[in-house]
Design a protein around this ligand. Structure first.
Ligand code: ATP
Length: 266
């Protein structure tokens, strides 16, 4: 009863296999996963679990997906919140919600707390440091400093604007591991398209390698949407399988969507 939305958590089934490409980032995260899965090993050696990890990079590149895979790989409780939802509330509420979020995460540990758009609370503090955002940020700093490392709570923040973040947030012991998640190259696009077509019936004329070449500059989110659009077009045409032609239409549609700055004029 009386649960605010940020206290909800899931137990994701997402694994690293669901995340295509991003090999280097995954390698770095394997260490974090091992920390959560075998804390004794590290404790014996006097090593501390990393508390805060920052994913930065353009939108739609799999930051949320990766965070949920970290939770899935460690059977952790996954708390997913957005920074913007903390600052639009009445004064004091943001800070309180941060407090309850961490309380619950500790109780349900091992836990992964994912804070999307962390720049909404973590942007550099103003001179007049009395506004809602700053109180929320201060509380986040208190929480990060407050929990000790055998509580198996890892906080992952995500932002498109690393440059906006307050230095205090990036200090050692806070969000001190930064991982850049960029748009996929041609090889990674191929892998992402494979993930998103693996359960779809494809005509033999669908060549994933070619689709990867045709989708330069697109994010994982765009590629996932192309695979879905192609399937929808095939259904609409009453076909049994998705063909190369359906993919071409889907690519065109997604490119058109990118070009339309204001979808409401359609
Ligand atoms: P935002 O910054 O807008 O929150 P994000 O980086 O968190 O975006 P996600 O929400 O993780 O992006 O990605 C959106 C969707 O795109 C995912 O649910 C997934 O279907 C697909 N996707 C993105 N990147 C990948 C990837 N590397 N492998 C497989 N699917 C991906």
């Amino acid at each position: 009863k009386d649960q605010s939305p940020n206290e909800f958590f899931t137990k994701p089934k997402t694994t690293f296999e669901d995340v295509a490409g991003l090999g280097e980032v995954k390698e770095e995260l394997i260490e974090v996963i091992d920390f959560i899965n075998s804390p004794e090993k590290y404790k014996k050696m006097g090593a501390k679990i990393p508390k805060g990890i920052l994913f930065h990079g353009p939108p739609g590149t799999g930051k949320t997906l990766l965070a949920s895979a970290v939770a899935g790989e460690t059977k952790s409780s996954f708390f997913s919140v957005s920074g913007s939802e903390f600052v639009e509330k009445y004064v004091g509420v943001g800070a309180k919600r941060i407090r309850t979020l961490f309380e619950k995460a500790k109780k349900e540990s091992p836990s992964v707390i994912f804070i999307d758009e962390i720049d909404a609370i973590g942007a550099k503090r103003s001179i007049d440091s009395n506004n809602e955002k700053d109180q929320t940020l201060n509380q986040l700093l208190v929480e990060l400093d407050g929990f000790n490392t055998d509580q198996s709570v890892v906080v992952i923040g995500a932002t498109n604007r690393l440059d906006l973040l307050d230095e205090a947030l990036l200090r050692p012991g806070r969000f001190d591991r930064h991982m850049f998640i960029g748009n996929p190259n041609v090889k990674a696009r191929e892998e992402i398209l494979k993930v998103h077509t693996q359960n779809k019936p494809l005509e033999p004329d669908v060549v994933i390698k070619d689709l990867a070449k045709k989708t330069h500059g697109m994010s994982g989110a765009h590629l996932s949407s192309i695979a879905n659009e192609a399937a929808i077009i095939a259904v609409r045409e009453n076909k049994e399988k998705i063909s190369a032609h359906h993919f071409d239409c889907a690519i065109e549609r997604v490119i058109a969507g990118l070009q339309v700055k204001n979808p409401s004029i359609l």
